[in-house]
Design a binder for this molecule. Structure first.
Ligand SMILES: N[C@@H](CCC(=O)N[C@@H](CS)C(=O)NCC(=O)O)C(=O)O
Length: 200
């Protein structure tokens, strides 16, 4: 498999999960401004949506959308506790978290990357995300990870988007359980390895 990624973006979450699962993969960096890959390809020809993450499967197909890629990876791997099995309410709880992170937090923070965003709109997004963080905090006050006792793919995704707060001067101190959670996940060997690999 090949993971098309850009540093400091949402593609970090499938990157972490590939490493957590010890799956073989190749990393291909994308320049999100020029839409060229480091190996000289037109990224729009690979993913016409023009954004990372994109996963090239062994059979040649391209899979996009972070939550779909994360679920694909756990289903491809040997049985893992990164996600509950496909049957049972817990699998839907996981999808509930992935949708929440994707539509409420990822999509809530992403507009702040746009320097042209008017201050009023910025304030609205910041306020909305803060309310979502309040909810996450209420959960993490009672359990170490989103799904309970063990780290999973939803945590890889939340860790990734929480990392963007440092670009927007959103201090996590206001949500102490979430702040500790972010630090704890950052210590995982797979997370450290993914961050190091994306540095270059
Ligand atoms: N709906 C996509 C959004 C992916 C996305 O937001 N990618 C960003 C980085 S986090 C990107 O590559 N943006 C570049 C662009 O839109 O030109 C998903 O959930 O995976």
């Amino acid at each position: 498999m090949k993971l098309y990624y850009a540093p400091d973006t949402c593609s970090l979450s499938p990157h972490i999960v590939l490493r957590e699962l010890d799956l073989p993969f190749e990393l291909i960096r994308v320049d999100n401004r020029t839409k060229r890959t480091e190996d000289g390809q037109d990224f729009l020809a690979i993913n016409p949506k023009g954004y990372v993450a994109a996963l090239a499967l062994e059979e040649g197909a391209i899979l996009t959308e972070g939550p779909a890629i994360l679920l694909y990876l756990v289903d491809r791997a040997a049985p893992t506790n990164l996600a509950p099995s496909a049957k049972g309410i817990d699998r839907y709880r996981l999808q509930e978290w992935l949708a929440f992170i994707n539509s409420e937090i990822h999509a809530g923070l992403a507009p702040l990357f746009n320097q042209a965003l008017p201050a009023v709109a910025q304030a609205l997004f910041r306020d909305k995300v803060a309310k979502r963080f309040d909810y996450v905090e209420s959960v993490l006050r009672n359990q170490p990870y989103l799904m309970g006792e063990s780290f999973g793919i939803a945590d890889a995704y939340l860790y990734t988007v929480l990392g963007w707060c440092r670009f927007f001067d959103i201090g996590l101190d206001a949500w102490p359980s979430m702040a500790i959670y972010w630090l704890r996940i950052g210590e995982r060997p797979a997370v450290r390895a993914a961050l190091k690999a994306e540095e270059g």
